[in-house]
Design a protein around this ligand. Structure first.
Ligand code: SAH
Ligand code: SF4
Ligand code: F3S
Length: 486
């Protein structure tokens, strides 16, 4: 994933828009069978693939980077937009050839499309032997055994408690410096356009002890940055005595760990461990979180705060739970507590049901007011089963959706450049993540505000911090020179 950074300016997020990540490492622990996983969609899926690899390693599987030598191929799929689903369908067609050559090959669908389409897979795609939803991964060894015995196997049960908290993920595609830690699963928000609540189920938080232990373990192994992951990290809430049950029964537990407290606990693991988090929901991010960020130098000054639209009527139709004014108020609060240098990014959707030209203009004007460092931008894609699909008409034409999308992309491109230019001339603390993609003579790392920095190698080491004087930039990368290792 890091490879993408310089080329197309994508800063890796909790919800990378449908890039594919493959198992690129071969683990050779002398096991008999080989597992190949391709993950699509967001960081949650990439993280889940590491849990799947861990579960299967215990039952006789090594991972492989080559689909051709695999005994089991899993596609960990995404349903967020129609295009994401089409990508997976096309990939299955390609895999048909492989299955013909090797009929004993097991092909399984995991993730959000597995959950959305369930047993439908078995009728629609002959190649599919196994379907497992996001909460069914502990069952994979049994499901594979079922396929070995000649049956098809499906488990799409959604749990109210599963967090895989006790499973140590096998780090796939790792640079050995940065890692993701899943802190919660599911989403209770029901944004009207979004399929995630249906594919990932109810929101539940993971035991903070297991999160802190995972962060500590990563630090001991040489990792220097963790990103705490959830669809809405600000609603993280865990109560020690009753776990999540009290919440589900709507009883107020006597003491809870909030996201701000969790963030602090992870920050305290070590001052040299950087902490990031994603995604924040504008309606839920608290002053407490912002003050915690301000208190700890190692909590990165960067917030992904998806706005989706700059118009209050559209936001209401989207069921986002905030208005344009509320959102702008949050941004002002962030600037007040964390200053102008705090990185801010967003997600935006153009052409949502009934969006008028004037309403689209409000998204553009909000962008002018906020000036995001970066944004993921999409045009609306109706998803079956969502509130919008049931109640609203997808009535903006594709031409208009695409034209509006181009307008926000053009604006964002200018803003990104402006935001990156602000850093030229400054000295920034950079965590070195590895070689720059273009040349092994250069390092690549990131600033606290999540901007990618490329600079010529001296005798620094990967996984260490260095002060870099920034001397030029594009709208996606800062270039500079190391002035001092830290
Ligand atoms: N939990 C995160 C978002 C997860 S999905 C949050 O609340 O911000 C990532 C992004 O995909 C969303 O922020 C949204 O911008 C986009 N998205 C979701 N559903 C979509 C749809 N039906 N059409 C187009 N974009 C969509
Ligand atoms: Fe989807 Fe909204 Fe939940 Fe994000 S907060 S995952 S957009 S329902
Ligand atoms: Fe993620 Fe796609 Fe599912 S964005 S949660 S993999 S629908």
């Amino acid at each position: 994933m890091k490879e993408l950074v310089e080329d197309i300016g994508i800063l890796d997020e909790a919800h990378q828009p449908c890039e594919v990540v493959k198992t690129t490492e071969n683990s050779h622990t002398g096991q008999k069978r080989k597992l190949y996983i391709e993950s699509y969609g967001c960081q949650m899926n990439f993280s889940d693939s590491e849990i799947v690899a861990s579960i299967l390693q215990k039952t006789g599987f090594d991972t492989t980077s080559r689909a051709e030598e695999a005994d089991v191929i899993f596609l960990n799929t995404c349903s967020i937009r129609e295009k994401a689903e089409q990508t997976v369908r096309n990939r299955l067609t390609q895999l048909n050839g492989l299955k013909k050559q090797k009929p004993e090959l097991t092909v399984g669908i995991l993730g959000c499309m597995a959950e959305r389409l369930k047993t439908q897979w078995l009728d629609e795609e002959k190649i599919v032997d196994l379907v497992a939803g996001p909460d069914a991964y502990r069952d994979l060894p049994q499901l594979i055994q079922q396929v070995d015995e000649g049956d098809k196997a499906v488990n799409t049960f959604l749990s109210r408690e599963e967090t895989y908290g006790d499973i140590t993920p096998v780090r796939l595609n790792s640079n050995g410096v940065t890692a993701f830690i899943s802190i919660m699963r599911g989403c209770d928000n029901m944004c009207s356009f979004c399929v995630v609540p249906f594919t990932r189920g109810r929101e539940r938080s993971r035991d903070p002890h297991s999160i802190v232990a995972e962060a500590r373990d990563l630090f001991t192994k040489g990792y220097r940055e963790v990103t705490l992951l959830g669809q809405n990290v600000d609603s993280y809430k865990w109560s020690p005595e009753e776990n999540n049950k009290a919440r589900l029964e709507k009883k107020e537990p006597t003491s809870v760990v909030t996201f701000a407290q969790l963030l602090e606990q992870v920050a305290l693991v070590h001052p040299d461990l950087r902490v990031r988090f994603s995604t924040s929901h504008p309606k839920d991010i608290t002053d407490d979180v912002l003050h915690t960020m301000a208190r700890h130098e190692n909590i990165c000054k960067y917030i992904h705060l998806p706005v989706q639209s700059g118009n209050s009527r559209i936001l209401e139709l989207m069921n986002r739970g905030y208005s344009r004014e509320w959102y702008l108020g949050k941004v002002a609060r962030i600037r007040e507590i964390l200053g102008d240098d705090c990185g801010l990014s967003s997600d935006m959707i153009t052409g949502f049901c009934s969006e008028t030209e004037a309403e689209h203009q409000e998204t553009l004007s909000l962008m002018d007011m906020v000036k995001y460092d970066f944004a993921y931008m999409f045009y609306y894609s109706e998803r079956p089963g969502t509130l919008a699909a049931k109640k609203l008409s997808d009535d903006v034409t594709e031409d208009i959706k695409k034209r509006r999308l181009q307008e926000i992309i053009n604006k964002q491109t200018r803003h990104s450049l402006e935001r990156y230019q602000r850093d030229v001339g400054k000295v920034e603390k950079v965590l070195i993540e590895g070689d720059s993609r273009r040349s092994a003579d250069f390092w690549q790392g990131r600033t606290s505000s999540n901007k990618v920095v490329v600079f010529a190698k001296g005798n620094e080491q990967k996984g260490t911090y260095v002060q870099v004087r920034i001397d030029r930039c594009t709208g996606a990368t800062l270039f500079g020179q190391a002035v001092q290792s830290i």
